[in-house]
Design a protein around this ligand. Structure first.
Ligand code: FAD
Ligand code: 2HG
Ligand code: ZN
Length: 471
């Protein structure tokens, strides 16, 4: 039987797209690194449909690539070039099943946008802390599948830390349902934990029970000028101690990134602080009604007196706070608008961050003279986006030819400093070789064993995270 006809039998006419114009947006990743091909995009509207679909895929050995908001950075949600892999869009599985303020949790389906989950929590006077620049388009299922980080990890952890329970459809269509809101449950192995960060290679996350917190009542946000990353790390320690550990965001932005944002991104304005080589965007938050602005001002005042901080502006209005955040969150967009870029999503123990930036910058100068460094990100978590943009007028082919040797040097330096070559963006297709190089053989052996157990036919997102056997 014709594939499209069979899929429509399984999912109904609205659940299957085959026209080239309709499926085109699903076949390319956000960074436009990969252009795939597929016979169809399938979008089940219920978990039962999803189960039927995967059971059929398993019977027919049809490979499937789960796709959420398609904002991932490693090509994980893009089918390969074979034209055999179905794209499985979770967009129609988007119900908020339950909000449970008494148990400080909510249960949502995988296709809910992250912003929708935040809003559902807020409507119940609760707070869901996961926050990313892509929150208007990424899905909670994608966040879980990549174990996304973002801008409040310092205080609340990564997506894994916010996960209480998961519902997963296995490769053969069986349902693993553990949507329990329990905070304590030591009944054997943590099966749900396997699926967080598994990037669609072990099963399809269909729903999740997630942690909520009391609504935030007080916020203070500052844009801070500093001389170097060492000052950032010192200030982080002082601020955590001096604010009762209320720092929830601690983001580093170099001057070159600020300039790029102001030049390329509409509706951005200068923060108004003294020019400096580096800036911090700092936010303190609390669920109590308290004067956090005074706490932040006092801490920054002391830091200015001691010479640690050059200048600082504490946001006086919600608009000014939003303006500061727009400067930080627009850096990826500014990088894209400014032309070709190379990216490294690394983490290093926080205290080693200044050494890494110094040595990494030297590597960039030596190995990629056609580019300039834009190192920014979640410095409070030890996570930097150690990125480059092509210099204006530089030869594009020459710039991109630097990618492989530079990546090797940067990732070797990260390994030397006990860091990670993939802090928050995952492995996808892009970093399969890096995982093989930097993971311990025993780790790889166990990962391959888990993959074989849960996906014996290798139909779940083949070639992502782990290379296909024999390829
Ligand atoms: P997709 O890109 O669609 O998929 C990502 C992976 O998850 C793929 O392997 C896919 O197969 C798998 N997958 C998706 N849904 C499911 C499911 N239901 N079940 C099983 N597997 C599934 N990331 C961060 O960590 N921190 C940031 O601060 C951050 N900021 C960003 C800012 C911008 C402007 C952009 C564009 C991206 C940013 N990202 C960030 C990257 C990206 O948004 C995250 O990785 C996000 O979690 C991906 O979600 P998605 O729904 O778009 O997933
Ligand atoms: C961010 O922190 C995202 O803004 C994107 O993780 C990082 O574009 C990047 O390299
Ligand atoms: Zn990031």
């Amino acid at each position: 039987m014709d594939l499209a006809v069979r899929l429509r039998e399984l999912l109904g006419p609205e659940g299957v797209l085959t026209a080239p114009a309709d499926i085109a947006p699903y076949l390319v990743d956000h960074r436009r690194l990969y252009q795939g091909a597929s016979p169809a995009v399938v979008a089940p509207a219920s978990v039962a449909d999803l189960q039927r679909l995967l059971a059929w895929c398993s019977e027919t050995a049809t490979p499937v690539v789960p796709q959420g908001g398609n904002t991932g950075y490693c090509g994980g949600a893009t089918p390969d070039e074979s034209g055999r892999q179905l794209v499985l869009s979770l967009r129609r599985l988007n119900r908020v099943r339950a909000v449970d303020p008494a148990n400080f949790c909510l249960t949502v389906e995988a296709g809910c946008l992250l912003a929708q989950v935040q809003a559902a929590a807020a409507a119940a006077n609760r707070y869901f802390p996961l926050s990313l620049g892509s929150e208007g388009s990424c899905q909670i299922g994608g966040n879980l599948a990549t174990n996304a980080g973002g801008t409040s990890v310092l205080r609340y952890g990564m997506t894994r830390d916010l996960t209480l329970g998961l519902e997963v459809v296995l490769a053969d269509g069986r349902l693993l349902s553990s949507l329990s809101p329990l905070r304590k449950d030591n009944t054997g192995y943590d099966l749900k934990g396997l699926f967080v960060g598994s990037e669609g290679t072990l099963g399809v996350i269909s729903a999740a029970c997630l942690k909520l917190y009391p609504a935030q009542r007080s916020t203070a946000t500052a844009w801070v000028s500093i001389a170097d990353p060492a000052a950032a790390i010192q200030l982080l320690g002082r601020l955590r101690e001096g604010s009762g550990d209320r720092a929830s965001s601690f983001e580093l932005v170099p001057h070159v990134a600020l300039e790029l944002v102001l030049a390329h991104v509409p509706a951005t304005r200068s923060p108004g602080t003294a020019h400096a080589p580096w800036y911090l965007l700092i936010e303190l938050t609390s669920s109590a009604s308290e004067d956090l602005q005074a706490v932040l001002e006092a801490a920054l005042g002391r830091a200015i007196e001691s010479g640690l901080v050059q200048d600082a502006a504490v946001a006086r209005s919600e608009q000014q706070r939003a303006d500061f955040w727009r400067l930080r969150e627009s850096v990826p967009e500014a990088q894209r608008r400014a032309g070709g870029s190379l990216k490294h999503d690394v983490s290093i123990p926080v205290a080693a961050m200044p050494e890494f930036i110094l040595r990494g910058a030297r590597l960039v100068e030596q190995l990629a003279p056609e580019g300039y460094l834009i190192a920014y990100g979640h410095v409070g978590d030890g996570n930097l986006h150690f990125n480059l943009n092509q210099r204006p007028g530089a030869d594009s082919a020459a710039f991109h030819a630097r990618e492989a040797p530079l990546k090797r040097a940067i990732h070797d330096l990260v390994a030397e400093l006990s860091g990670s070559f993939s802090a928050e963006h995952g492995i996808g297709r892009l970093k399969v070789g890096e995982l093989e190089r930097y993971a311990q053989p025993l780790e790889l052996e166990l990962m391959r064993g888990i993959k074989r157990l849960l996906d014996p036919q290798g139909i779940m997102n083949p070639g992502k995270v782990l290379r296909r056997p024999g390829s």
